[in-house]
Design a protein around this ligand. Structure first.
Ligand code: MRU
Length: 342
C-alpha cells in the first residue's frame, strides 16, 4: 500500500499511530490535510511533495462552487495554506505549485478538478519511479556485507513508496547484496525507531536500533561502513535534514566513513543558501513528554528545531534519480539539474 493516495479525498497512512497500528485516514477537507501535515501524520520530503499536490486537488473538490472564478480563488488560498504547514522541506511547495499551475489552466469547474487530480496522481507515480532509480544508482555504492547507518525515516513512509536512502538499501538487497542497517532512534519524534525499524522488519531487512548518542561508539568500533541519509532541502552550501544529521556527518568524517545523501532532484533549491532557509521549530511538549509521561519539569526552557544543515563539504556523494553527484558540487549539481527529469 502507498503511504498517500487519492480515494475520494487524500488517503494517508497515519504515521503517528505506528508502530502500534497501520491505520489509513482520509482527509476530506484541506484543513484536515494541513493538520495531518503539522502533526506529522504524513511526513518526509517526497511524501510531502505528493501531499502538496493532492492537497491542491482536494481544494478543488472539497465543496461546491458558484463559478470558476470562485473555485480558482479558493484553490489559490488553499495552496498558500498548505505551503505554510511546514517550512523546511522544499518538496511541499514544489508539489503544491506544480498542481496549482496546471489546475488554473482549466476552463470549467470540472476541468480544473480533473486536471488537478491527474497532475497530483502524476507526482505520486513519478515519486515511486524516481525512488526506484535512486535505488538503482545508490546500490552501486554499497558493497556486499556492508552495514549502513541511517537517520530518521527515508523509506516507504517518507515517500509514496520504496524510499530514498532506505530505497538504496532495498535495491542493493534486491541485487543480491547482504546489507545490514543500524537505525538511529531520531529523537524527539522517533521516526527512526517507530518507522524505519517497522518497515525494515516488515521487509525482513536486518536492523539494529541505537539511540542517537550511540553513533560515536558504533563508528569507533568499526560497526558501520557507510552513512546514508535523506534530505529535506539541498541548497548551494548544505543539506537540510532531520535534526542530528549535522552531528552525524561530523562523527562520520572523523572516522572516515562515507556520508551519502539520497534525494530526488525536486529536493534541490540550488538558487538558495542555507541562510535563507527557515528551520521549523516544533512545540516544547515534544521534548518534555513521552506520551503522557513528563520527562522534564514543565517550566524548563526548550529549544526544539526539527532540522539542521550539513555543509556540503561533509557529503561524499548525493544520489539522485538522474545519477550520483560527487564534488565539486558547485559545477556538478547544475550540470545534473540541467538534465531532464521525469
Ligand atoms: O520531520 P520529518 O519526519 O518530516 O523529517 C523527515 C526527514 O528529515 C527525512 O530525512 C527527509 O524528509 C528525507 S525523507 C526521504
Amino acid at each position: 500500500m502507498r503511504t498517500i493516495f487519492w480515494n475520494e479525498g487524500v488517503a494517508i497512512i497515519d504515521q503517528t499511530k505506528l508502530p502500534e497500528k497501520l491505520e489509513v485516514v482520509v482527509c476530506k477537507k484541506v484543513e484536515e490535510l494541513v493538520e495531518a501535515i503539522r502533526r506529522l501524520a504524513i511526513r518526509g520530503a517526497p511524501a510531502l511533495e505528493a501531499a502538496g499536490g493532492y492537497g491542491v486537488a482536494l481544494a478543488t473538490v472539497e465543496r461546491e462552487f458558484k463559478s470558476l472564478e470562485e473555485l480558482k480563488k479558493h484553490v489559490e488560498k488553499a495552496a498558500e495554506m498548505i505551503i505554510s504547514a511546514r517550512p523546511t522541506a522544499v518538496n511541499l511547495s514544489v508539489g503544491v505549485k506544480r498542481v496549482l499551475k496546471v489546475a488554473l489552466k482549466g476552463e470549467s469547474i470540472e476541468e480544473v478538478r480533473s486536471l488537478a487530480i491527474k497532475e497530483a496522481e502524476k507526482i505520486a507515480d513519478e515519486d515511486v519511479r524516481r525512488n526506484r532509480k535512486i535505488g538503482e544508482f545508490g546500490a552501486e555504492l554499497l558493497e556486499d556485507g556492508d552495514t549502513v547507518l541511517t537517520y530518521c525515516n527515508t523509506g516507504r513512509f517518507a515517500t509514496v513508496d520504496w524510499g530514498t536512502a532506505l530505497g538504496v538499501v532495498r535495491s542493493a538487497i534486491k541485487k543480491g547484496k547482504n546489507i545490514k542497517v543500524i537505525a538511529c532512534e531520531t529523537r524527539p519524534l522517533n521516526q527512526g525507531s517507530r518507522l524505519t525499524c517497522y518497515e525494515l522488519i516488515e521487509d525482513k531487512i536486518d536492523v539494529t536500533l541505537i539511540t542517537d548518542a550511540m553513533v560515536g561508539i558504533v563508528m569507533k568500533r568499526g560497526l558501520v561502513n557507510k552513512v546514508l541519509v535523506g534530505a529535506d532541502r539541498i541548497v548551494k552550501d548544505g543539506v537540510f535534514n532531520k535534526i542530528g544529521t549535522y552531528t552525524l556527518s561530523i562523527v562520520a568524517k572523523e572516522h572516515k566513513i562515507p556520508f551519502y545523501v539520497a534525494a530526488p532532484t525536486t529536493t534541490f533549491d540550488w538558487d538558495k543558501t542555507s541562510e535563507e532557509v527557515v528551520i521549523e521549530e516544533r512545540p516544547k511538549e515534544e521534548l518534555i513528554y513521552c506520551g503522557t509521561k513528563l520527562l522534564a519539569p514543565p517550566k524548563v526552557k526548550v529549544f526544539n528545531p526539527a532540522f539542521d544543515c550539513t555543509p556540503l563539504s561533509y557529503v561524499n556523494a548525493i544520489i539522485t534519480e538522474l545519477g550520483i553527484i560527487r564534488p565539486p558540487y558547485e559545477s556538478n549539481v547544475p550540470k545534473l539539474l540541467g538534465l531532464k527529469s521525469f
